[in-house]
Design a protein around this ligand. Structure first.
Ligand SMILES: Cc1ncc(COP(=O)(O)O)c(C=O)c1O
Length: 432
């Protein structure tokens, strides 16, 4: 039989179990079943209307062309203005960003792949904080890099460990510390003090600080996110060293419910941005013309109409309220910490040993009145196989009523699953 030959690099990439769960849910939906897809990290609310206006205007021009490899100037200018106004609206000091500091890529995912291809040699390490957005591992593997993770605990509100602990993970191969705030999956927002600590460590150890801030606008608690662009080390020399090592990533996907549009941004010093842009030039050539046009209309709109952000925050807050109430009521033994940002909730099931089987059981073998729920097993968000085994992540992607209904289904499924496991155990005992 013909065996295709592949490069070693391709063997490092594994299909994600999140996608496998999604495929099963889609199959059940195609069969006409009702599945609440809480496994998907995709906002369900309609995109901002200005996107449609922008796209229509561009389409009507009938000029859809190649674009500059670092992104269209009008989008880079508009995004830089948006970012400065984002901080000004909150009245916080920040690094002023200009057009030359912005690079456009095909979503934050592509930004991160490009960054790793630019800064990592094979075998280089990037440190991140557990739990983390699982695709980081694959993005880095393509560049030949290795992800290392510093654990944090739900019981301790996922707080950043001490400098001593962090430094014990830094080796001569470490190229960067990669953080994500607000965090997917924990919903945690890093404090100014934590970011300042990380910034000082990166300067001291001469490594990059990469900050994934795609959820900057998705605040579902009462505390705003802090950006690394706000950090002031109160020393000109240290601040300059930090600026030379800082790379921020953002995206239109979550802010405007535009996951399928694939537009993201790298924000950094001009020489860093220009070098990462060369990866765009030599891989995808350039980013979609019409999509950049549509997204520029969105950033332009929120500068004049910030209520849009407040409106979508309100929708997610209502869903969170209903979900937290339902968890406390229907899953009283579960441990849950209230997320402050992004739109996910992590639920720990102390009674379960391996939640993966429970997630499959719920989706494939359990229903309540013909309805079931797709969950994401949280082990995907940890490198350490011992961690996350009894945790799931749910996304706040359906109405408050449906979120409550989903938690009721999970609670009934848990009872049914425990009976099923007990039956298997007693059957096994009879056989022995
Ligand atoms: C933390 C985090 N970073 C990056 C991404 C990728 O975003 P994009 O759609 O812009 O590629 C996601 C998507 O879920 C995410 O959760």
């Amino acid at each position: 039989m013909f065996e295709p030959k592949f490069a070693e690099r391709s063997k490092l990439l594994k299909p994600s179990s999140i996608r496998q769960m999604m495929a099963i849910a889609k199959e059940l939906l195609a069969q006409g079943k009702t599945v609440y897809e809480l496994n998907i990290g995709q906002p369900d609310i309609p995109c901002i209307p200005e996107f449609v206006d922008g796209i229509m205007r561009k389409a009507e021009s009938r000029q859809i062309n190649y674009t500059p490899y670092n992104g269209e100037t009008y989008l880079r200018e508009t995004y830089a203005r948006y970012l400065n106004s984002y901080f000004d609206r909150r009245g916080v000091d920040h690094l002023v960003i200009d057009t030359e500091n912005i690079l456009v890529c095909a979503g934050a995912s592509h930004c991160l792949s490009n960054i790793f291809l630019t800064i990592c040699n094979p075998g280089d390490e990037v440190l991140t904080i557990e739990p983390f957005f699982s695709p980081y591992q694959g993005f880095l593997a393509i560049a030949g890099g290795v992800l290392k993770a510093i654990p944090t605990e739900a019981e301790n509100d996922f707080a950043l460990p001490s400098n001593e602990v962090i430094e014990s993970y830094i080796t001569e191969k470490t190229k960067a510390i990669l953080i994500n705030t607000p965090n997917n999956p924990s919903g945690r927002i890093m404090s100014y003090e934590e970011l300042e600590r990380l910034a000082r460590l990166c300067v001291e150890h001469d490594i990059y600080l990469i900050s994934d801030e795609v959820y900057r606008e998705m605040i579902i608690g009462d505390e705003e996110a802090v950006s690394v662009l706000q950090i002031d080390l109160h020393d000109d020399e240290l601040n300059e060293k930090l600026i030379n090592r800082m790379i921020v990533v953002d995206s239109a996907s979550k802010t405007f419910s535009l996951c399928g549009v694939r537009i993201g941004f790298v924000i950094s010093l001009q020489p860093i941005v220009n070098t990462i842009a060369l990866v765009n030039a030599h891989t995808v050539a350039c980013i979609s013309d019409i999509m950049q046009y549509g997204v520029a209309s969105c950033y332009d709109a929120v500068m004049w109409r910030p209520e849009y952000i407040e409106e979508f925050r309100g929708i997610y807050r209502e869903r969170l309220e209903a979900t937290m109430e339902a968890i406390h009521r229907y899953l009283p033994k579960c441990i849950v910490s209230r997320p402050k940002g992004a739109f996910y909730v992590m639920i720990k099931f102390p009674e379960l040993e391996d939640v993966n089987e429970f997630c499959h059981y719920t989706l494939e073998h359990f229903n309540m009145g013909g309805e079931t729920v797709a969950l994401t097993p949280a082990k995907n968000f940890y490198l350490d196989p011992k961690l996350g085994k009894n945790e799931v992540r749910i996304a706040l992607v359906v109405s408050p009523e449906k979120m409550k209904r989903s938690i009721q289904i999970v609670s009934q499924s848990l009872k049914s699953y425990k009976r099923y496991k007990a039956n298997i155990d007693s059957h096994m005992r009879q056989l022995l």
